[in-house]
Design a protein around this ligand. Structure first.
Ligand code: SF4
Length: 298
């Protein structure tokens, strides 16, 4: 295997693939409401990284609707995706997580959030769900560089990610780190540094996103002003292959591309070509005789 992909991992654990139920939990984001920033991260759209989710009034309805797509023996991951899904008082968090776990076929709970929105009490609450389901937290790091973090208006510095990683680890909560390849001003060594940080901080999984310019974002403004050009498919797949090879060998790779929501893509056009991108990454690993961990540095 060229890399440990999520579907193989789940298949070996559960004997089958798991379907993802994407949930808009009705949360906000401190990087939009002024608590730590306004305007949000420059690549993030109005729906807070969950544009495809049809946010119906209740979480239970969203889950029930998506459960209909499966069969009686399907298994599911309930994934709280939009915005910052630990950004509310504890009792609100508990109520919303509980209202997603309405069917025993839901085997895992995944919670997407910012590292600056995890504290001891939140970690304890999330750890409590391990008795019922598999649990993981998804942390939006995107880059290890504090310089890039300012450019993208991330709203926290990288030390905050380190502390969140330590806290989650101390509570036995696996976490997936999101990184983006192709952020403004970043070069190969920045991608290397991000992968090294993810390795070092004990991430259980990684989502490697290809950057895309989405309508209505700050990045789209930069692109139109000629201040930003996304990488070509060739450049991206080269960097992604290198990132995979540099990953710690045991990390589970949840994704290797990013999908711009339908109708909102400004650039690059190749973002629509997901399968080709994945195949190119695989080909680049093969032609360089690399696999996950080949370039890992302890
Ligand atoms: S933290 Fe997440 S939801 Fe908030 S602006 Fe950034 S990407 Fe969007």
């Amino acid at each position: 295997m060229l890399y440990n992909n999520l579907s193989s991992y789940l298949k070996s654990k559960y004997g089958k693939r798991l379907s993802k139920i994407c949930i808009d939990g009705g949360f906000g984001c401190p990087n939009r409401d002024g608590k730590c920033g306004t305007g949000g991260c420059i690549y993030c759209g109005e729906r807070g990284a969950g544009e495809h989710i049809n946010g119906t009034p209740s979480i239970g309805e969203q889950v029930a609707e998506q459960l209909k797509r499966g069969t009686p023996d399907s298994l599911y991951i309930a994934y709280f995706q939009n915005f910052t899904n630990t950004y509310a008082p504890l009792e609100v968090l508990k109520g919303r997580y509980d209202s997603a776990l309405i069917d025993e076929r839901i085997t895992a709970l995944a919670i997407g959030t910012r590292p600056d929105c995890i504290d001891e009490d939140v970690a304890k609450l999330i750890a409590g769900y391990k008795e019922r389901v598999d649990v993981w937290v998804e942390l939006g790091l995107q880059t290890a560089s504090d310089v890039t973090a300012k450019v993208i208006n991330r709203g926290y510095n990288t030390e905050v990610y380190r502390r969140a990683a330590e806290l989650l680890t101390s509570h036995g909560i696996p976490f997936v780190t999101h990184m983006i390849i192709g952020l403004p001003g970043e070069k190969e060594e920045d991608t290397d540094a991000t992968v090294d940080l993810i390795n070092e901080c004990g991430s259980w999984g990684v989502k490697i996103h290809s950057i895309y310019v989405m309508e209505g974002t700050g990045l789209a403004d930069m692109y139109r002003r000629g201040e930003y050009l996304p990488p070509s498919q060739e450049e991206y797949t080269s960097l992604a292959a290198r990132a995979i090879a540099r990953l710690r060998p045991d990390i589970i790779v949840h994704r290797v591309t990013g999908d711009c929501p339908e109708g909102l893509l400004v650039a690059p056009r190749w973002n629509k070509d997901k399968n080709a991108t994945i195949n190119m990454i695989r080909h680049k690993l093969e032609e360089r005789d690399l696999r996950q961990g080949s370039l890992y540095k302890k």
